[in-house]
Write a protein that binds this ligand. Structure first.
Ligand SMILES: C[S@@+](CC[C@H](N)C(=O)[O-])C[C@H]1O[C@@H](n2cnc3c(N)ncnc32)[C@H](O)[C@@H]1O
Length: 239
């Protein structure tokens, strides 16, 4: 057997072994949060995403499923001191860590909220934009969730969804199952509860990015979540 054949054989065996290890550990891979790896800004492009959200200083924004707060401070800078960012998390540990970081960074326009799995517990009729980045596929009963969310939106309120794309090809083999949502599915599911897809951006390399408006924002008759507007804006009319 020639030296070249031996090298090729070893390489093939190593490739097969790697493939088998990856395949048998797909469940573990699913737990690996790529969003926590260093260098995320290079592919997440937070400045471009926040730019595309077209926020106005003074806006009230919710980062639902804020995680470790990757977008929270970008959003807080965009809405400025007169605005407000609700960083919603369902995991208590993440809430405590977010609260610590908000204090440490001295942001007074960020409120960390311990949400429920079925309700972000946002103030009714108060939110200009909700961002869900890599969160949509985590929401269990999306029909009820997004129906309820309409009660939290102001008129012209929007919902932005950044969601992993199905990558296909060889990388599709190691992609954890259930971690992406095609735009058509987003459109169907959100359309079914009265949202309309109004913008779609394709500058993110591994995620889709779409924006919906709610047909009936702040519609108390639809579903009231029962939370008062805790922080009216300076521009709000007196009660
Ligand atoms: C993949 S992480 C994304 C975190 C963050 N958005 C980011 O892009 O860095 C998903 C987050 O959604 C949170 N989550 C899951 N279900 C949720 C729900 N029903 N409401 C709010 N957050 C939720 C999880 O606790 C987790 O922190």
């Amino acid at each position: 057997m020639s030296r070249l054949t031996k090298i090729a054989l070893v390489a093939a065996v190593l490739a097969l072994a790697t493939f088998l290890v990856l395949m048998t550990n797909r469940a573990e891979l699913a737990k690996l949060e790529v969003t926590k790896l260093p260098g995320r800004a290079a592919w997440q492009l937070p400045d471009r995403v926040v730019d595309a959200l077209d926020l106005t200083p003074g806006d009230h924004v919710a980062d639902v499923g804020a995680g470790d707060g990757f977008f929270v401070f970008h959003l807080a800078d965009a809405v400025g001191p007169a605005g407000r960012v609700y960083a919603v998390e369902v995991e208590e540990e993440k809430v405590r860590e977010l609260e610590r970081r908000v204090r440490e960074k001295g942001y007074e326009n960020v409120e960390v909220v311990l949400g429920e799995l079925g309700d972000p517990l946002l103030p009714d009729g108060a939110i200009d934009l909700v961002l869900l980045c890599n969160v949509y596929h985590h929401i269990e009963d999306r029909h009820d969730y997004f129906l309820r969310l309409q009660a939290d939106l102001r008129s012209n309120g929007r919902v932005a969804v950044v969601e992993p794309r199905e990558l296909g090809g060889w990388i599709g083999w190691i992609e954890p199952p259930g971690h992406s949502t095609p735009i058509e599915v987003l459109d169907d599911e959100m359309g079914a509860v009265g949202y309309r897809l109004v913008e779609s951006f394709d500058f993110l390399p591994v995620q889709s990015f779409v924006i919906f408006t709610a047909a009936r924002p702040g519609n108390g008759a639809l579903v009231r979540s029962g939370h008062d507007v805790s922080s009216p804006r300076a521009s709000d009319p007196p009660p």
